[in-house]
Design a protein around this ligand. Structure first.
Ligand code: ADP
Length: 261
């Protein structure tokens, strides 16, 4: 049988990336993109990192890095990721859509084809890490991402502390196990509120659910990130990389923990 050129391009592209880390969540809105972007930014302090926004329905990477409207098409149909810093390059389906408010209404097969194209035609070059902000849930889209990448190093699962969200994490852990994708661990986001004045963290939802669940499912617990108005501000203004560099906030510490794990 003849080798499929897209398949070969994909294999070559993936072979040049050492660790492929997926960021998953059971549902939308729990902070998956925020964690993925912060993780990529933290790792890129001393390694070459790529961040791929594969969340077709809510691509948020262009906004997080204030890159909306960036040019990504290079010569010969190659897609060039956008440099945020010399060590951090990002790619998002959002760059290929004309207006940021255009919803993606493609049907299943077309979405999966777009994801494959992303993964095979983006010129990542040599990278130590590729952080993939996956579509939420455990359906066809995250499945398509994992199957396309092939050898995934591991997945970080993001949740909020409420029981309803935790149910979804159990599903995400089982999903990874079925696909033989190692679970690097669970991050509990929006865990308590960090007071902007004194820094004290007050619980809003029940805390600790993520940790207990991680224990039950026998996966590592990577840490909790409080609700932090600084995160919202930095993300809304596209100043995430600058926020990352301002040490001391509780969430920055938690992101570092994830990095160590
Ligand atoms: P998802 O990718 O899971 O849909 P996002 O990362 O887009 O979620 O986050 C949803 C919203 O919550 C965003 O507006 C983001 O800025 C905000 N957010 C995420 N994590 C935190 C946090 N720790 N503190 C405050 N706001 C947060």
């Amino acid at each position: 049988a003849q080798a499929d050129p897209q398949e070969m391009a994909l294999k070559c592209a993936m072979a040049r990336i050492r660790h492929k880390v997926l960021v998953l969540s059971g549902k939308g809105g729990v902070g998956k993109s925020t964690v993925a972007a912060n993780l990529a930014a933290a790792l890129s302090k001393d390694e070459r990192v790529g961040l791929l926004d594969a969340d077709l329905h809510g691509p948020s990477v262009p906004r997080l890095f204030n890159l909306s409207g960036s040019q990504v098409l290079g010569s010969e149909g190659r897609i060039l990721p956008v440099p945020v810093t010399p060590l951090l390059h990002v790619m998002s389906i959002g760059f290929l859509l004309e207006a940021p408010e255009t919803p993606v209404i493609w049907r299943g097969p077309r979405k999966l084809a777009a994801l494959r194209q992303f993964l095979s035609e983006v010129d990542w070059d040599e990278r130590e890490y590729l952080i993939v902000d996956c579509p939420p849930g455990t359906g066809d889209e995250p499945l398509g991402v994992i199957q396309t990448i092939g050898e995934v190093s591991g997945a970080v699962i993001v949740t909020t502390p409420q029981e309803l969200a935790l149910e979804d994490v159990r599903k995400s852990v089982s999903f990874c196990r079925q696909l033989e994708t190692p679970v690097l661990g669970v991050v509990e986001n929006m865990s308590g509120f960090a007071c902007p004045n004194c820094g004290e963290v007050s619980p809003i939802f029940e805390q600790g659910g993520g940790e207990e669940m991680a224990q039950q499912m026998n996966v590592p617990f990577l840490g909790r990130i409080p609700i932090d108005p600084g995160v919202v501000r930095a993300c809304d203004r596209g100043e995430l990389t600058r926020y990352q560099q301002s040490a001391g906030s509780a969430s920055a510490r938690a992101f570092d923990e994830v990095r160590e794990a």
